[in-house]
Design a protein around this ligand. Sequence first.
Ligand code: HEC
Length: 299
Amino acid sequence: MRFNTLFILILIFTAGTRTSAQTWVVPDEQKAVVAPFKFTPDMQKQGEQIYLKNCQACHGLMGKDNWARLTPPPGDLSREKAQIQRDGEIFYRITTGKTPMPEFRNILSEEDRWWVVAYLRTFNPKYVQPNPVAKAAFTGRIVTLAMQYNDQMKKIVVTASEQLKDGQKGPAAGVEVVLFVKRYFGKMQVGDIRTTNAAGLALFEFPADLPGNKDGNVALTAMVNDPKGIMKTTPADAAFGIGVPTEKPGLTETRAWWSHRGQAPVWILLTYTLSVVIVWGFILYIVYSILQIRKLSKG
Ligand code: HEC
C-alpha cells in the first residue's frame, strides 16, 4: 500500500519535472525580428479581439492573473516575465506554440499575430516600439506547375515554370515533382519523384492497371517536393481518362459506417439503440428506487 503511493508520487514528480525541464528557446535571429509596421490604436483594438478569441481561455484576462491552471502555467502576459521579452520573442512564441499552447502559424495571419503583440504591449507603460522593418521580399524560387497527358508517349507531362528576376517566366529546371492520384481518403503517390530537366519538364509513366471512375477518369495532383519550404509553389490539378473504368458505389451509397445514418450497418444501429435503452433504463430504475425510498420513509 505504502509502496504504491510512493510509486504514484514518483510518477507525478518525474512527469512534472519532465514538462518543466523542457525550455522554450527562441533562436537569436528570431528574437531580433521586429514588426513590419508601426502599432496603431486601431491595431491594438483588433489585437484585443484576437486575444479574447484565441488566448484568453488559457492566459485569462490581461492583468487579472486568472490564467487556466495548466502545466506549465500560461501566466498573465501583462506581467514582467512576458513583457521583458523582445517583440520578436513574443511573436515567435505565438507562431510556434509549445504544448499545451497551440501553434498559431496557420490559425492567425502574420498581421494578426503582430496585432496581438501590439495589444499585449498596451499593458506595459515602459514599452517603446522599435523602428519597424519591412519584411524583405521573397527571394526564393516561385514555381508554378502545369500538367498534360501526352497520348503519343502515353506519359503525363508536368511543366514547371518559374518567375525570373526580370519579371518574366521561364522553365524551372531541377525542381523535384511528385505525382499523386486523388483517392477518397487522401492522396496516393504514383511512381517516384522526378526532377525537371532544363526545359522544366518531368515525365511520369502511368500504371496501366490503375482504377479510375466509371468513365476511366483519374484525378491527379502534381506538387513540388520542397521539404525545406524554401520555394513558393503552385501545384497542378487535372483529370485524364487514363484509368481502368471501374463501377464503384459512392461512399454514401452502400451500408458502411462512414456512410450517413440511413445507411448505417444494422449491428451499429442495434448496438447503439441497445446502449441507449440500457442507460435510460438504469436512470429510470434509480429514479424509481428513490421514489420508493421516499414513500417508505414517509410511511
Ligand atoms: C491551450 C492554452 C493556450 C492558449 C490557447 C494560448 N496559450 Fe500561450 N501559453 C500557454 C502555456 C501553457 C504557456 C507556458 C508554456 C511554457 O512556459 O512552457 C504559454 C506561454 C505563452 C507565452 C510565453 C509567456 C512567457 O512568460 O514566456 C506567450 C507570449 C504566449 N503564451 C502568448 C499567447 C498568445 C498571444 C495566445 C493567443 C494568440 C496564446 N498564448 C494562446 C497556453 C496557451
